[in-house]
Design a protein around this ligand. Sequence first.
Ligand code: KIV
Length: 296
Amino acid sequence: MSLTPIGEPRQKITTATIREKKSLHQPITCLTAYDYATARLVDEAGIDIALVGDSLAMTMLGYENTLSVTVDEMLHHVKAVRRGVKDALLIADMPYGSYQADPNEAVHNAARFVKEGGAEAVKMEGGEKRVDVIRRVIDAEIPVAGHIGLTPQSVNMMGGYKVQGKTLNAIEQLMRDAVALDRAGVACIYLEGIPREVATMITAEVEAPTIGIGAGPDCDGQVLVFHDLVNLTFGHPAKFVRRYGDAAALITQSVLAFKADVVSHQFPNDAESYHLPKETQAALETVLHRKQAMRR
Ligand code: KIV
């Protein structure tokens, strides 16, 4: 099976496609998408995976971190992204608290993302300690993406957003986490905020494709947060972010130009206005003339 080059009409991307890409050493592309518009742009550009990340807590909803976003809030966005995505694999993030407490609840919540949201896989943070729940969700026929390293839902345990895997012990733990997820049968493993050298070792060790963010160039694929990519995140970007466009500048310029045109009566102009049909205009003028004549 040949994979269609980016930009050309292509096949539906599935979990099998991304595994095949790993085996063919073809880089996997992933971007977050949070609504219909970003979903269409990401999908139509030929990105392999549209991830409805819980980063939407900050980028879309203005929360301080990912901890407060709920299943219902996530679902609202997953449904919108579903309506915009045709070919990309649609992965939905399970938010904090929706899978840690009870495996039955985890299966129930994961199934909501599939049944109500139209997701094709769900993502959960954590390694070895999350394997039992991940197995249960996979047993319920729902593909799971793993996520290890700097896992934002553990921000309080990590004491901040810090690069992980910097000591030998930490490297060993990350390797155990990756291998445990791989053995559990995850569809892919997101590697976030770890040294390049560690990501390279994990990528060589596991069969599942690795998708890196702040994990160096040797992962099987790369993901960025859409809002980071186009400068809509209002802050100093992390070291691993590359800004490919400046949507903030474009939007600000457009908003200011609109404001100036309205204030100076330049918008809307006559060509941007609707007009009466000729006959109605003529009839209206006749009525107005008659009224004027009666007043005299
Ligand atoms: O929520 C998110 O956007 C993510 C990616 C950064 C991997 O989990």
